[in-house]
Design a binder for this molecule. Structure first.
Ligand code: DTR
Ligand code: ZN
Ligand code: ZN
Ligand code: ZN
Length: 277
């Protein structure tokens, strides 16, 4: 898989920060900042040759949107999906949660286009709305799938919080093949990983898992505290949260660890390329 330039990912984060700042300070479901974020991502994907679809839904009496981007080609009966929620909480810009996943996913999709990658399987990327209300957008998408279309999805990769300032390297312990693919990436760059334990049912992979679709993903940690053993393994600060600005107004572009963002952007690309070959 090609390397994902972390500078490009950070440029998307700068845009998402500007969008939040220009729209009341957040990118939350049902607020102007969310739709402006979606328009930013969609414009890039349209220009890169993706077939984009906007799915509308209602949650808490406000209109929400999912953005689905299909890369033309590949076997339509074997769809590899990767997704990130694009919405923030109302308290801030949500740059780590979850601009980080959204930006890395966007740059990976743009890299597919830039390299004119022709995968064996069909690639589909998704930016979810209203995850913070309880995975509403992703659940809306999965519920909308016919049984036949659901059966075509060979796997779903989730990226929610992948640039935490005091990062851990956690791999979802769900589908064994996806888990192994992600672990192989980290082994290849000499970075130890741990199993993601707090996440079951706490992000957009949950509706896919409930529908029997193989899922996986990576995570750099939220409000849990980094242990001394973890700090010895990964660096950073023991006794402090992985992300002390989780769901706070300080979740801005300064709330990102560039090394973690780079490694996880490359892990995302590695898994997408490996699983779609
Ligand atoms: N619920 C997510 C944050 C979160 C907490 N645990 C995990 C595990 C895996 C992915 C994400 C998370 C949010 O606030 O968006
Ligand atoms: Zn990189
Ligand atoms: Zn959150
Ligand atoms: Zn999140």
């Amino acid at each position: 898989a090609p390397d994902i330039p972390v500078a490009n990912v950070k440029a998307h984060l700068t845009q998402l920060q500007s969008i939040a700042t220009a729209n009341g300070g957040n990118r939350a479901h049902g607020r102007a900042g969310y739709k402006a974020s979606l328009d930013y991502v969609k414009a890039k994907l349209d220009a890169a040759g993706f077939t984009t679809t906007i799915q509308q839904f209602t949650a808490s009496s406000r209109v929400g949107y999912n953005l689905i981007a299909d890369w033309p080609g590949g076997d339509a009966n074997q769809v590899v999906m990767a997704g990130s929620h694009l919405d923030s909480v109302t308290s801030g810009a949500g740059i780590n949660d979850n601009g980080s996943g959204s930006a890395a996913l966007l740059e990976a999709a743009l890299t597919v286009s830039r390299t004119q990658y022709q995968p064996t399987k069909h690639l589909r990327f998704a930016w979810w709305g209203a995850e913070e209300l309880g995975m509403v957008g992703s659940r809306n998408y999965v519920n909308g799938l016919t049984t036949a279309n659901r059966a075509k999805i060979s796997g779903y990769l989730n990226f929610d919080m992948i640039g935490s300032p005091n990062p851990g390297y956690f791999v979802y312990d769900d589908d064994p093949a996806i888990e192994k693919t992600l672990k192989d990436f980290y082994a290849g760059i000499g970075v130890a990983t741990e199993i993601e334990t707090e996440g079951d049912g706490r992000s957009d992979h949950a509706p896919f898992k409930s529908a029997g679709i193989p899922v996986g993903g990576v995570f750099t940690g939220a409000s849990s505290t980094k242990s001394a053993a973890q700090a010895a393994k990964w660096g950073g600060t023991a006794g402090q949260s992985f992300d002390r600005c989780y769901h706070s107004s300080c979740d801005t572009t300064s709330n990102i660890n560039d090394t973690a963002l780079n490694r996880n952007s490359d892990a995302l690309a590695y898994a997408v390329w490996e699983l779609s070959d």
